[in-house]
Ligand binder design. Structure first.
Ligand SMILES: [Zn+2]
Length: 242
């Protein structure tokens, strides 16, 4: 078994890969049309769940009213967060959407997938106010790793592990029982690799992350793979066992 705790589908067909590798995962929907597409695509697929939420990049495009019926249907809220590096969406608007989403997720005890870029310190004060289960996706900041760890957050290791010192530090500092794998989807892999990555290569990168984590932690790859899979199962249970 392999898992991919955070990814986007973007029209890619990964069903062959999922079947071949007994994949489990959480795929992200950030607007109603993407959610409808994912539901249709996944209707015969076991093991892939959907997370839904208003992405910080879309805080000024997607309304709460159109997303709330979807958030009520799924089991995970995300990715949501704050980003002052990769988008120029008004920060006040981002904060309002983020806080409303955190408040909703905590009220129904639905685990949250976080996207944080440049706002890692400020986001901590929000997370402290809303007690819940959190997964920080592709964390790439050298600071505050221990602050998030002390709050019990899970982390997914981005595919840049081995090449990005901040991601390496997450792999080093966070114990395996709070670490999971993510691809962030083929578009993100292509961005990371600076070339077009095909569906057939999808699991190569998840396995490469396992190799890198094993190297950083000085552990056997099989131990890393088994433990990360177990962590993913524990994270799924957080929905049922708040
Ligand atoms: Zn993502």
């Amino acid at each position: 078994m392999l898992h991919d705790a955070h990814f986007h589908l973007c029209g890619d067909d990964l069903r062959n890969e999922w079947n071949k590798h007994h994949m489990q995962g959480i795929v992200n929907a950030d607007c109603p049309s993407e959610y409808a597409y994912l539901k249709q695509t996944l209707r015969h697929t076991k093991g892939v769940r959907i997370s839904a939420g208003i992405h910080p990049w879309k805080a000024n495009q997607v309304s709460w009213e159109e997303m709330i019926p979807i958030m009520e249907e799924v089991s995970f809220i995300g990715e949501i967060g704050l980003d002052n590096v990769w988008c120029d969406v008004d920060m006040q608007q981002q904060k309002e959407v983020f806080e409303r989403s955190l408040d909703y997720a905590a009220s129904v005890q639905m685990p949250v997938i976080l996207h944080l870029k440049g706002m890692e310190q400020e986001a901590l004060s929000y997370i402290r106010r809303y007690k819940n289960t959190y997964l920080v996706h592709w964390y790439s900041c050298l600071d505050y790793i221990q602050d998030y760890r002390e709050l019990g957050c899970y982390f997914t290791i981005g595919p840049s592990v081995g090449r990005d010192e901040a991601v390496n530090q997450v792999a080093l500092q966070i114990p395996l029982d709070h670490l999971m794998l993510e691809s962030d989807g083929l578009d993100a892999l292509s961005w990371c690799e600076n070339r077009s990555v095909s569906a057939e290569e999808y699991t190569v990168f998840l396995n490469r992350s396992i190799t890198q984590i094993a190297r950083i932690k000085h552990c056997e790859e099989t131990h890393v793979k088994d433990t990360l899979n177990h962590t993913f199962q524990q994270f799924l249970l957080a929905r049922m066992d708040p």
